[in-house]
Design a protein around this ligand. Structure first.
Ligand SMILES: Cc1ncc(COP(=O)(O)O)c(C=O)c1O
Length: 425
């Protein structure tokens, strides 16, 4: 082996660079790949920054005291504002208002909360059940920390409870080990854009209870919902012992890179401890901006931002309906992504990675290939055989991101994509 490579930790060989970050380096006119937030409160942020600049200018001793390294778990002011918001928005029993602020953990992006959850729970070989396909920042991190991913099938409504239960039973039998975590993206999943119906949330929670599995309910797209918000699985976790709830400001206020989460009682201080060893604390200044934004402006700004994402989604969906060959696809009720895959065996034989490089890129279009949403190693549950099998990857699937471009460019880009698919399938 190359002597330089020899000194690296094993995971660096097992875990590839994120396909999305690689694709971000390729700029195309019709960029339907990375989920970059394209709508921000560009008028309000300058006001907040000016307000803060004036304060910074006026009282240097207070500024030095206040804008110090902060608490590892997050700035109390921002956590109080969030506790109030979560109380109004989510109906989670353990948060009855600002007074419950200490239950909230602020992280640097919700990606860090996901990392903390895995870091504090996974021992080598521990099994984690995820959707197929699943958010790559989750599945790859499971492998990075030594866990073992088993994917469960999804349909246009997300995870299918009956198959999740069978996946747990069969995986425990096959690997002689308990399943530790079930990962669920409740609202507008990445990459499929599916939202779990309330009934499925209840069924999945009950399955997790019965099989003593911890749930990570990732709701990164909670605020970007085109329809009424549905209650999180965290609302079912009455004694705060089973569900890790993670959410983010990133999708509606991207530059702040702030995530927030509720960990079960037995995990909260462990997650905080882990965060302390990763970054000591999240920057105070971004939390102060967020405190002002979420305290004063978000309720008036969010409908404007959400409507813009909805217009982008409508443009992408309409263009897809009019130009794509026969396939299975989603019609998201929020979030940033539509998923498309060809019917039948072609879902597993068509190679979107190659199609992206050889056909789409030269035509100024890019998507994220389905294969990116699988871990580098793992297993899958096969619903026909009702067995665990080697990892089965939907290579013919693709994530079409509509969050960044204006609707007119999305329209042209998605039409080009549909026509090129027809020529090449
Ligand atoms: C499902 C899901 N969870 C978590 C994250 C992490 O988001 P952030 O770190 O920006 O809060 C993302 C980002 O794309 C995501 O799609």
């Amino acid at each position: 082996m190359d002597p330089i490579r020899e000194v690296l930790a094993d995971w660096t060989r097992e875990v590839p660079e994120s396909e999305i970050r690689r694709l971000l380096k390729n700029k195309t006119k019709y960029y339907l790949a990375g989920g970059l937030p394209g709508n921000l409160p560009t008028k309000i942020f300058p006001e907040i920054l000016r307000e803060l600049a004036d304060y910074y200018d006026s009282d240097s001793q207070n500024v030095i005291n206040e804008f110090q390294y902060g608490q590892t778990a997050g700035d109390p002011g921002f956590r109080k504002v969030l506790a109030e918001r979560i109380h109004r928005r989510d109906g989670i029993d353990i948060i009855s208002g600002a007074e419950d602020w200490e239950k909230i953990l602020i992280t640097t992006g919700s990606q860090q909360a996901v990392y903390l959850a895995l870091d504090t729970l996974i021992n080598p070989g521990d099994i984690v059940v995820t959707p197929s396909p699943a958010y790559l920042g989750f599945v790859t991190t499971v492998v990075k920390v030594g866990g073992h991913v088993v994917t469960a099938p999804t349909d246009a409504d997300g995870l299918i409870p009956e198959y999740v239960e069978d996946t747990i039973i069969k995986a425990e039998k096959e690997f002689g080990k308990k399943v530790k975590i079930l990962y669920v993206v409740e609202d507008s999943d990445n990459p499929k854009g599916t939202t779990l119906p309330i009934k499925r949330r209840e069924q999945l929670f009950n399955i997790a209870e019965q099989h003593d599995v911890i749930v990570i309910a990732d709701s990164a797209y909670k605020e970007i919902q085109f329809e009424q918000k549905r209650p999180s699985m965290k609302t079912l976790d009455k004694d705060n012992s089973r569900v890790i709830y993670t959410s983010s400001t990133s999708k509606e206020a991207a530059p702040l890179r702030l995530g927030y989460s509720l960990f079960p009682d037995f995990l909260h201080s462990e997650a905080e401890k882990s965060k302390g060893y990763i970054d000591l604390c999240t920057p105070t200044i971004t939390q102060r901006i967020a405190e002002i934004y979420y305290g004063k402006y978000i309720d008036e700004q969010l409908p404007i931002i959400v409507q813009k994402y909805k217009d982008q989604k409508d443009a992408a969906y309409q263009a897809l309906l009019e130009t794509f060959p026969e396939g299975d696809f989603t019609n998201p009720t929020g979030g940033f992504f539509i998923w498309w895959q060809p019917k039948g065996e072609q879902a597993y034989t068509f190679d979107v990675r190659k199609f992206n490089q050889e056909i789409l890129h030269p035509n100024d279009v890019l998507v994220v290939p389905g294969a990116a949403f699988y871990p580098p190693t793992g297993h899958s549950y096969d619903p026909e055989a009702r067995e665990i099998e080697p990892l089965k990857v939907i290579t013919g699937g693709m994530r079409i991101g509509y969050s960044f471009l204006p609707p007119d460019l999305i329209d042209v880009g998605v039409r080009k994509l549909g026509n090129l698919l027809k020529e090449n399938l």
